[in-house]
Write a new protein. Structure first.
Length: 169
């Protein structure tokens, strides 16, 4: 049962990864090694490689929690194994960074990637790197507030339209 649940979750994760571009499509032409190396520089300059860091811990935690449900007395041993596995698997995060570099290198020329890297090394580029996460966080908060307001407005419109049809919701 645990293995089946995990297999379903892993298949779902692979589908999401494929849809979001994390899996390198087999039919795409491979970019040059120099373009990928330059793309790696861009990723590291932006700090984009750090966005993957919670993934291994999340996978290990999910599996540990699933196994813990079968026997609560295994907590200490499962925690020990989780720590060991984190050390074993964290280096594999570099695979995701390489996949992302390949995606950049497939969409930008090596010259463009060098220009992007130069931008991120510039004072303005550094400011973008510093401010962009704050802007994205605030944008998400604004979008959430906007959606809640819109939900209330649309709910009221549903009620009004349904009342016209003789339904009091």
């Amino acid at each position: 049962m645990i293995a089946d649940k995990f297999a379903v979750q892993m298949r779902a994760a692979l589908v999401v990864a494929a849809l979001t571009g994390l899996v390198w499509p087999a039919q795409a032409q491979q970019p040059s090694a120099a373009a990928v190396a330059t793309a790696m520089q861009v990723i590291k300059l932006k700090g984009a490689d750090r966005m993957f860091s919670p993934l291994v811990a999340g996978i290990i935690s999910k599996i540990k929690d699933t196994l813990l449900q079968t026997n609560l007395t295994l907590s200490k041993d499962l925690n020990d194994v989780a720590l060991k596995l984190a050390g074993d698997y964290n280096p594999r995060l570099a695979e995701l960074t390489r996949y992302t570099a390949q995606l950049y290198a497939s969409r930008f020329t090596e010259k463009e990637l060098k220009e992007i890297a130069a931008f991120y090394r510039s004072p303005l580029g550094k400011k973008v790197i510093d401010q962009e996460p704050k802007i994205l966080d605030q944008s998400m908060a604004n979008a959430d507030a906007w959606a809640r307001k819109m939900e209330q407005e649309i709910f009221q419109k549903f009620r009004a339209e349904m009342k016209k049809k003789g339904h009091d919701l």
